[in-house]
Design a binder for this molecule. Structure first.
Ligand SMILES: N[C@@H](CCC(=O)N[C@@H](CS)C(=O)NCC(=O)O)C(=O)O
Length: 226
């Protein structure tokens, strides 16, 4: 059985978790502390410390660069999910670059404002140190002060997706493709603590999000046949 090594609020882990749920394949979640990557390090033979990774029997799958989608492409092949069709090559990679930078940025900052509720006490020192070494001392307090501006930034950056959904059920097509799962993961990270909603103006995205949180592969196939 496939094992997903993750922590629950990570936007990138949510992408792969939702893809696995969508596939209907049985899988096991192994949660690790966000501050202790020992298991990832061991499974990847000291080649990677990020999450998510997946273990499928003897194979361990992980990303090879910031832009790679090794895990999603592996699951796509393994379960014939149709997430990376030939005709959307190029378009999808431009979009996942935007989603994983422009959309992920405000989402993770807004989520991190509530870090003390997410991170167990014994991990808080390592978590805060990791953030402050990457983003500067006091970064989380700054994000808290910038909360309204971050929500406005996110809302503005979501406009193209709202526009895509005017004429389509999913972002690029009448069925979900990889970038639907990608955007879903970033927004699920935003919504994880229950402190936020999808910005109000984006009713199309809100309805799409509902669909994306439930859709499973056979529904898609049935719909495609009809
Ligand atoms: N492009 C990678 C990004 C993964 C990523 O940035 N994961 C974060 C957690 S959300 C991570 O583990 N970063 C390394 C670290 O925290 O040390 C993917 O799609 O999986």
């Amino acid at each position: 059985m496939i094992e997903l090594i993750q922590f629950p609020w990570s936007p990138f882990c949510i992408v792969q978790r939702r893809i696995l749920e969508f596939s209907r394949a049985p899988f096991k979640i192994i949660n690790i502390p966000s501050t202790d990557r020992t298991l990832v390090w061991k499974l990847t033979k000291q080649r990677y410390y990020g999450v998510p990774i997946i273990k499928d029997g003897r194979q361990v799958i992980f990303e090879v660069s910031e832009e790679s989608q090794v895990v999603a492409k592996y699951l796509n092949e393994r379960f014939s999910l149709g997430l990376f069709p030939q005709e959307l090559r190029g378009v999808q990679s431009i979009l996942w670059g935007y989603i994983e930078n422009e959309i992920e940025g405000p989402c993770f900052k807004l989520n991190d404002i509530h870090w003390q509720k997410l991170v167990p006490k014994r991990e808080q020192l390592a978590f805060l140190r990791h953030k402050e070494r990457k983003f500067g001392r006091g970064c989380i307090d700054q994000w808290r002060e910038q909360q309204d501006a971050l929500i406005a930034e996110l809302s503005r950056k979501l406009v193209p997706f709202e526009q895509m959904l005017v004429t389509r059920t999913y972002l690029l097509d009448m069925r979900p493709r990889f970038i639907d799962f990608n955007l879903f993961g970033m927004l699920s990270n935003l919504l994880y603590t229950g402190h936020y909603k999808i910005p109000e103006a984006h009713t199309g995205i809100e309805q799409w999000y509902e669909r994306m949180s439930k859709i499973k592969l056979s529904n898609t196939r049935e719909k495609l046949r009809s």
